[in-house]
Design a protein around this ligand. Structure first.
Ligand SMILES: CC(=O)SCCNC(=O)CCNC(=O)[C@H](O)C(C)(C)COP(=O)(O)OP(=O)(O)OC[C@H]1O[C@@H](n2cnc3c(N)ncnc32)[C@H](O)[C@@H]1OP(=O)(O)O
Ligand SMILES: CC(C)C(=O)C(=O)O
Length: 523
């Protein structure tokens, strides 16, 4: 391969040869991440997605692990994928036999390479490792397997020995050898040195880990030094700091070097699938597939992005199956808020916009994520729009001090007056019970939190009550202030219920673009 030069599509150059391929080891090395265990169905789903994305080799697991693991590998080999399906095997004949039992196309034959692995781990000698490697390569080839020989801990191995190991493996019939930076300890320079030596014997792969944050740089150094197949895992899942991330290498190769490998548009779907199957969530700021990879909050970025989508993005989000998100918070500026308001059909004048931006920043300063519902509530308030209410509190009376605190309420519900009474542990509880009873199924919401603050001092203090209610996936947080704590509480609860019902009606109506998980906030 020619040297990899340039950065960015404008000065990318095509390489000769341009075919860099991938071995995905999400289902083997990725699954070795503590706590991860994939079922046969999950492995099959991930393998299908990898195949569809254009991955050439899928390492489906380690057949030596257990009978159950052999079943999951067999499930993958039975899918009829275009990709070559392989299993990990130690330098042990029984492991190759287990792999054969799963009907794999090939084996990743892992033999110790560094003296630490040869002597301390396996208790062998270098000569014995060479002999065993030759014997097992020949055995696997005789059984029709594609064979890749991996010298474990190769980056820390004596280069002369690794060179001999690679030479004998290729002479014995291996299809390729693989450089392993098993503990992610190598620099790009060391990677280049070792890979260029191995590549003199034939096709060479690179297997890198991210312990020093150098996994992707080492892949590029390896390719530059003559490797042509990259081992990677989706989302970089794997032991310790993980493996190099498939999506990061594929995007870097295409964007910086013009080397096309996978169908990039499938990467996000693949990443979500692996996150779901492994239970390892996508990091918010993870390159390519993280939640924030194409999200902008700060005013300067949002303004720039609205003027030109490429302003603060290295490539369009659609390239990898994503969409851009503009987010509101404490760093918001006028341009971003104005754009968000216009999406919701608000057209404030300059003074109104300033007031809304100030309120948005205030919410952000309090550490709140400002949702579309928050913005609607703020804008409606600033622009003086009256919300059409379904439920309104007309009157309330409550008694405390009696054996059983009781309350009665009069509500206006869709223009119909309803009266109900309730009892409870105190007047607030009794009044909320009365509201529930008046509303019937519409009051089917849980009280998630209830906070009371005295706004002024003295026994005539105005109290502010903040109530959060949940109905299904939606929550509404509402504050009300009154000198009467019961009244403030019931006002807030009724208002929260009203907002939940209004959001629900919007979501089920024509404007069903409301995020079901968004939070409704109003003062
Ligand atoms: C860097 C990597 O990712 S390496 C791959 C890691 N993957 C796995 O470990 C797969 C899951 N492993 C397992 O299910 C089990 O460890 C098994 C079934 C493979 C082996 O289980 P056990 O027989 O109980 O052995 P145990 O796990 O305690 O020790 C590992 C054995 O493998 C040997 N071994 C390790 N690497 C190699 C190798 N490349 N070639 C030959 N033997 C090896 C060790 O020397 C040790 O053998 P010993 O028991 O004779 O000392
Ligand atoms: C088994 C080998 C290939 C490995 O996973 C590593 O070196 O990290």
């Amino acid at each position: 391969m020619n040297a990899l030069f340039g950065c960015g599509p404008d000065n990318a150059r095509s390489l000769d040869p341009t075919d860099v391929t991938f071995l995905d080891t999400t289902l083997r090395d990725g699954e070795q991440m503590p706590g991860v265990s994939l079922s046969a169905d999950e492995k099959a789903d991930v393998a299908r997605e990898l195949d569809a994305a254009g991955v050439d080799v899928v390492e489906a697991g380690s057949a030596c692990t257990s009978a159950a693991e052999r079943e999951t590998i067999s499930r993958v080999t039975g899918l009829g994928l275009d990709a070559t399906v392989t299993s990990f095997a130690r330098g042990v004949r029984a492991d190759v036999d287990h792999a054969l039992d799963c009907d794999v196309d090939g084996v990743n034959l892992v033999v110790p390479a560094s003296d630490r692995h040869v002597e301390t781990k396996v208790g062998a000698s270098r000569e014995a490792v060479l002999e065993r490697t030759v014997e097992l390569v020949e055995y696997a080839r005789e059984h029709g397997l594609w064979v890749e020989v991996l010298g474990e801990d190769g980056s820390r191995a004596d280069l002369e020995f690794l060179d001999r190991l690679s030479a004998v493996a290729m002479e014995a019939g291996a299809d390729r050898v693989c450089y392993c930076d098993t503990v992610g300890a190598a620099s790009p320079e060391r990677t280049a040195e070792v890979v260029s030596t191995l590549a003199t014997h034939g096709p060479t792969s690179v297997h890198t880990h991210d312990d020093l944050g150098l996994a992707n740089a080492n892949v590029l150094a390896g390719l530059n030094a003559g490797a042509d197949l990259v081992h990677a895992t989706v989302n970089g899942v794997g032991e310790r700091a993980g493996n190099v991330a498939l999506e990061e290498v594929a995007v870097a190769l295409e964007r910086c070097y013009g080397v096309e490998t996978l169908d990039l548009e499938r990467l996000y779907r693949l990443a979500r699938g692996v996150a779901d199957a492994t239970g390892v969530p996508l990091g918010a700021n993870k390159a390519v597939v993280g939640d924030n990879a194409f999200a902008h909050e700060s005013g300067i970025h949002t303004d720039g992005t609205l003027k030109d989508g490429r302003m603060y993005e290295p490539y369009p989000p659609e390239t990898v199956g994503r969409e851009r998100r503009l987010v509101l918070g404490k760093h918001a500026g006028r341009a971003g808020v104005k754009a968000a308001l216009s999406e919701q059909d608000f057209d404030p004048d300059d003074d109104e916009l300033d007031a809304i931006v100030a309120r948005v920043k205030d919410l952000g300063d309090r550490g709140k994520r400002v949702t579309d519902a928050d913005l609607r509530a703020v804008a409606a308030d600033v622009l003086g729009r009256e919300r059409e209410r379904r439920v309104e509190l007309l009157s309330l009376s409550a008694t405390s001090g009696a054996d059983v605190p009781t309350a009665s309420v009069r509500l206006l519900v869709e223009e119909e007056e309803r009266t109900a009474a309730g009892t409870g542990s105190g007047p607030v509880d009794a009044a909320v019970e009365a509201v529930r009873s008046a509303l019937g199924p519409d009051a089917n919401a849980a009280l998630e939190s209830y906070h009371v603050d005295a706004v002024t001092g003295g026994t005539d203090a105005v109290v502010a009550v903040e109530v959060t209610m949940r109905r299904g996936d939606r929550t509404a947080t509402v504050s009300a202030a009154d000198a009467d704590i019961t009244r403030a509480s019931v006002e807030a609860a009724v208002d929260a219920l009203d907002r939940l019902l209004a959001e629900e009606a919007t979501a089920s109506g024509v404007g069903a673009d409301v995020d079901p998980e968004e939070e409704v906030e109003a003062d």
